[in-house]
Design a protein around this ligand. Structure first.
Ligand code: HAM
Length: 420
């Protein structure tokens, strides 16, 4: 760059994305730890799939009439001319991985979880980002309504462990391929009578997938949709029995729920049970998590006829309603004077770390006073003093910062005080 070039504008994070800095990241780690621990109690194991997939996977899986596919995907062509998409959700990736690795043939429970970033191009606002993070859970091959109830129970278990009390659990059934067409037709007819009240997007949805009208955020559409027919009257016997049993089991667990006949969820693949956990503390983007059963996805991907069921938690949203205690840090700061002491400080730091003590040695020469000032700023719990005298004797001074208490000893003796 020549000296005359204009100063460069700072490069900032892309709109709708955010950094998670130390101080905040500990809460993410605590949530991740608790989620892993909870899901493993129910026999779930981690499955990690790539961040990008063939675009076709989401078109087929997430569905051609969902907002996610029609408006929100980060799709690009790679140098080999392939159309790829940054995953907007995780469910189709897990289904693909099962088919690809024939996991259905293994004698293991097909219960998987994962945590990671997802990407959707939507207007950013509080609780809605372009890169956000989900904790995703999927179970396959379990037809029984007890599976739906257990999933809801497991999500509730995690939220209880996190101390989330402000939540409501909404549950619905969206029927199956046998009974939903009649319901869609009834909605289409109703929407046809009310076109003047609907936004252009919903008029289009009335043709392609009228259930999607329930997802519309436009007040006039929501108001019209309130008097649309409800799905319960259209469910076939199998879907009705399934739903009744899910509700009965949830009652058995003592989990309070509200049946919301308009809860169709924004993705195309759901069959039978759908659910969401909402929290009033979240504002407009009120869903903490959402999920449901999807019995046809594997078959539609050309894989085995195995049903699926799962949910995904929005991590940013969940973290905004929980207060997780930050872990207590116990840092040992090594203060040294002079070049020879620096070498010993490095060796001592190595020794203490190998013994499991969090230890920091900085490489800038400082006077003792400056070392203590720095240790204070870093909120170190102890300072280890390493000078020529100490090196000669092989005994070092250790100061506990909170109490001012000082002890002296060999590195092995000091370990006892540090582990206190
Ligand atoms: P979803 O409802 O699209 O479902 O997303 C699940 C959760 O992710 C939402 O409830 C919300 O907390 C969070 N979320 C979604 N979009 C954003 C965003 N733009 N910014 C921040 N948070 C967001 C699914 O993704 C399905 N795959 C869930 C599932 C799993 N169904 C069956 N298995």
């Amino acid at each position: 760059m020549s000296e005359d070039s204009p100063p460069k504008k700072e490069v900032a994070a892309v709109k709708g994305t955010h950094d998670i800095l130390p101080g905040e990241v500990e809460k993410w780690q605590a949530l991740e730890r608790l989620a892993r621990e909870t899901f493993e109690l129910y026999g779930y194991r981690e499955l990690r799939a790539p961040v990008f997939e063939a675009t076709e996977l989401f078109e087929k899986g997430t569905g051609q009439t969902s907002d996610v596919v029609t408006k929100e995907m980060y799709t690009f062509t790679d140098k080999g001319g392939r159309s790829l998409t940054l995953r907007p959700e995780y469910t189709p990736s897990v289904a693909r991985a099962i088919i690809e690795h024939r996991l259905d043939l293994q004698a293991r429970p097909m219960r998987f979880y994962y945590m990671g970033p997802m990407f959707r191009y939507d207007r950013p606002q509080k609780g809605r980002y372009r890169q956000f993070h989900q904790i995703d859970v999927e179970v396959f091959g379990e037809q029984d309504p007890a599976c739906d109830a257990e999933l809801i129970g497991m999500a509730d278990h995690l939220l209880r462990r996190l101390g989330v009390t402000d939540k409501e659990i909404l549950v619905n059934s969206v029927g199956c391929r046998a009974c939903r067409p009649a319901y869609s037709q009834a909605l289409r007819e109703e929407a046809g009578k009310r076109t003047a009240e609907l936004c252009p997007d919903c008029r289009r949805k009335a043709e392609t997938n009228p259930l999607r009208i329930f997802d519309c955020k436009v007040e006039a559409c929501q108001s019209a949709a309130r008097s649309f027919p409800e799905i319960q009257g259209f469910l076939c016997a199998e879907c009705r029995d399934h739903f009744t049993e899910v509700l009965s089991l949830l009652g058995l667990y003592g989990i309070p729920i509200r049946v919301d006949p308009k809860l169709v969820r924004g993705l195309d693949y759901y069959t039978k049970t759908t659910f969401e956990f909402v929290s009033s503390g979240l504002g407009a983007q009120s869903a903490l998590l959402g999920g449901g059963r999807y019995d046809d996805m594997m078959k539609d991907f050309g894989g085995p006829d195995i049903c699926g069921n799962g949910f995904a938690i929005g991590m940013e949203r969940l973290l905004s309603v929980v207060s997780l205690p930050l872990p207590e840090r116990r840092l040992l700061y090594v203060a040294y004077l002079g070049g020879a002491a620096k070498r010993t400080a490095v060796e001592l730091a190595r020794f203490f770390r190998e013994e499991g003590v969090e230890c920091l040695v900085e490489f800038k020469d400082r006077g003792m006073k400056a070392h203590f000032g720095r240790a204070n700023k870093l909120e170190a719990s102890w300072v280890l003093v390493v000078g020529e005298d100490e090196i000669r004797k092989g005994r070092f001074g250790l100061k506990e910062m909170a109490t001012g208490r000082q002890v002296e000893g060999t590195r092995e003796e000091l370990l006892g005080s540090l582990r206190g």
